[in-house]
Design a protein around this ligand. Sequence first.
Ligand code: GLC
Length: 460
Amino acid sequence: MASAVLDEAKRIAAGFEYPPEELNKGVDEFISEMDIGLTSDGAGLSQIPSYITAMPDGTEKVRYLRFRLQERRVDANKIYAKQIETFLREHHSEQFSSHVEKRQSGEVKEAYTEEQVFDLGFTFSFPVTQHGINRGELYRWTKGFDIPEVVGKDICKLLQTAIDELKLPVRVSALVNDTVGTLMARSYSSPGKSKTLIGAIFGTGTNGAYVEKMPRVTKMDKCSSDAYNKSSPVMVINAEWGSFDNALKVLPNTEFDIQLDNETVNPGIQMFEKRISGMFLGEILRLAILSMVENPSVSLFGSPATIDKNSILYQAWAIDSSILSIVEADNSDDLQTTKEQLKTELNVTDVSISDCRAVKVLAHSIGKRAARLGAMALGAIVISSGRLATEDVIDIGVDGSLIEHYPGFEAWIREAFREIRAIGPAGEKKIRIGIAKDGSGVGAALGALVAKKASQTLQG
Ligand code: GLC
């Protein structure tokens, strides 16, 4: 039985392999979707212009305060505005009491002066079709969010209206995707002169933003907007790569991927993300384990092991992807940590060593595929930039739990880079990957700063 369990785990794991030929095919398709997305709206890769045309180089001086807002409700903006008010009271009490309270009470009628207004840059980790750095409608929800009333609405306007209702001296001056924030933050702090090319997130979701040559962004030609500097050589693009190849032309598709997609609120969308990011890896593992538990010819966790009937193994979305990284890190002979995890997290007791091995084989294959798919997207952007031929260092800023904490994730990305024909071992050496700590936070502040500078230039 022991070997049947391991054999079945290996068979399933083989389905998660993403061999070099597939990887290279994926890269070609990604580059082609990138190009289509730059010429037209509604393409697989949304390629959303961020309206950011200048990158920070570390010489900027920013003093910023950050706080996090997280609400899954339609009236979230009202809550946010109240939180902003509390924040101003706490951190800018002087300014708040001297100007703001008087205005709110009606004692002072004149408008705020420019110096009294706070610029608010905020990170929004969902696709927004932007028409300016602080204008744009939510295109769709991702990562399990589902508040239909907000889709199609201008996110900045909703927040500004709620702020104005409270008469706060705050101007929503920039909305940046978290990947754009990561790119800006990394560019601000990246070592040496090398200009950062990509900001990527491998966390709950996955996505990348990158610096594109302006003449290639032809879908902006018809845009009469004066909201950006048209003579700038570059434009930061939010690729929204989570929706790469929704048609599944080149993406791997196991029975577990299919099951998972059917369980989501947005089947058929974000197909790339559903194979890579932290929100989904735990569920893929759960489905794979469950298939082995329910298969009588292998019966994973069979006697003497026992599975509690309330085990999260039987609950969709209940397994956290951190389990995969803990199991991956367990290199002990007796897989004691894995056994512990199965007991404490999954309520499965007295698990045999071969069952632990089987779980490790599954987790490893799912994590490795995620990293290789991520490499495909990063590699495609690197190739498309043309920088391999002209630069010694190609800098990528990353953020997110997978890239930070998943053992082997970056090494698997690098291995895949070497297997991509247009990169190879020599190209791989040029690519530098660095964590952009708190990319979203400082990135939003830099976004607000860049927006302010740009508007001064446009007016001046
Ligand atoms: C999802 C969102 C995207 C975001 C990413 C990482 O893919 O659609 O906008 O950048 O998650 O948080």
